[in-house]
Design a binder for this molecule. Sequence first.
Ligand SMILES: CC(C)(COP(=O)(O)OP(=O)(O)OC[C@H]1O[C@@H](n2cnc3c(N)ncnc32)[C@H](O)[C@@H]1OP(=O)(O)O)[C@@H](O)C(=O)NCCC(=O)NCCSC(=O)C[C@](C)(O)C(=O)O
Length: 281
Amino acid sequence: MSMDLHHLREWVGREQVAEQTLEPFSAAALSGLLDRAAPPAAGEALPLPWHWLYFLETPARAATGVDGHPQRGGFLPPVPLPRRMWAAGSLQCETPLRLGAPARKTSTVRSVDLKEGRSGPLVFVTVDHVLAQDGRVCIREEQNIVYREAPIGPAPLPAGEKATRAAQWSAVLKPDPALLFRFSALTYNGHRIHYDRDYAVREEFYPALVVHGPLLATALLDLLERARPGAPVRAFSFRALRPAFDTDTLQLCAAAEGDMVELWTQDAQGQVGMVARATLG
Ligand SMILES: CC(C)(COP(=O)(O)OP(=O)(O)OC[C@H]1O[C@@H](n2cnc3c(N)ncnc32)[C@H](O)[C@@H]1OP(=O)(O)O)[C@@H](O)C(=O)NCCC(=O)NCCSC(=O)C[C@](C)(O)C(=O)O
């Protein structure tokens, strides 16, 4: 594989600004998807990290790559590795965004790094996002996207780790294609690994449809909000260690020590998928 890291790093510092009213429809739709009793109303706080439903890109069909994502080389660097995943992220919430009001998102490419993983070469692209309302910063976010080589056949999943901690709170998440489809639709994510089983299995050699990283992070924060209603989350970080699939039955888990909460997902074998940490305050 030839990788011109120097060229890719020309994207560092690129900035993109978007403005939008946070329409209640998307929040109501996600609220339904999470089986919540009532959606937040206009004027109320938008739960974390529901801002992922807003500021969506609207690429032309002609500018869509074979994986269903916008072709690279626009705002994001044209990494020549085909398999994209959302690897990790962190959020700092200074004050919640208000639903129904205009907001502004400023995104900046912070870094492009090449690493040698156990699964092969990995290119990490880190993007910083700042979400503001009425001129005041509400949320600072770091998003870590990873690009991987095309496999030549089914490869073992990353080893991950076994859950060692007992959950204080837990809930079952049984993903199915309808859940993944609705989340893709809500985030206007055309990535075929989440809804096109033939593509996911035959082209990217996953065993089944891949559960979105942001859906797992959203479900973990939903578990926390139900466990500790009214306790604001000041910071949240997550890392997807091992992909989850629509054929899995997942356990969403959380355990608190004071204001620090460890969260994770595990599959039926107790293998951890996503690990996360929240700070309440
Ligand atoms: C990324 C994979 C392949 C690396 O697995 P590996 O075994 O090759 O890596 P490793 O050997 O464990 O680690 C190599 C280096 O990478 C780092 N690293 C390793 N993992 C991570 C991570 N998650 N986040 C940040 N850094 C990571 C790790 O710390 C190390 O760095 P170092 O050399 O400096 O020590 C593996 O961790 C994996 O498969 N994770 C699951 C990813 C996943 O399921 N994401 C959600 C689904 S994709 C998605 O939602 C998409 C969406 C929404 O459509 C969309 O396009 O945005």
